[in-house]
Ligand binder design. Structure first.
Ligand code: SF4
Length: 98
C-alpha cells in the first residue's frame, strides 16, 4: 500500500464522517422542530384531579395559572387545564401567586 492510498482512505473516511455528522445534525434539527407543537395542549381535568371546590385555602383564584372570567365569581380559564374552571376550584397543578 502506498502513501497515496493512505491519504485517499483518510480523505474518504473524513468525507463519510462529515456526511454522517451532517445527517445526524439535520435529523436532530428536524426532530426538534417537529417536537415543537404549534400550540401547547392543555391537560384534562380528570388527569389533573380538578375539583370545583377549594383544597383548603388553595383555589384557582389565587393560582398563578388562573385566567379570570368576566366577573370575580364567573368561571375563568386555566393556562394548563382544559375548559373553564371555577374561581373556587383546585387541581394538582395549583401554584400560588407570589
Ligand atoms: S392550575 Fe389547577 S388550581 Fe391552578 S388555575 Fe388551573 S385548574 Fe385551577
Amino acid at each position: 500500500m502506498s502513501n497515496h492510498d493512505n491519504s485517499f482512505d483518510a480523505s474518504r473516511r473524513n468525507l463519510i464522517k462529515r456526511g454522517l455528522l451532517a445527517g445526524v445534525g439535520a435529523f436532530a434539527v428536524g426532530a426538534l422542530l417537529h417536537a415543537q407543537p404549534a400550540r401547547a395542549e392543555k391537560a384534562g381535568k380528570a388527569a389533573m384531579l380538578y375539583q370545583d371546590t377549594p383544597h383548603g385555602t388553595q383555589t384557582c383564584l389565587n393560582c398563578i395559572q388562573y385566567v379570570p372570567g368576566a366577573t370575580p365569581d364567573a368561571p375563568g380559564t386555566c393556562k394548563v387545564v382544559e375548559g373553564t374552571v371555577s374561581p373556587k376550584g383546585w387541581c394538582v397543578a395549583y401554584s400560588p401567586k407570589s
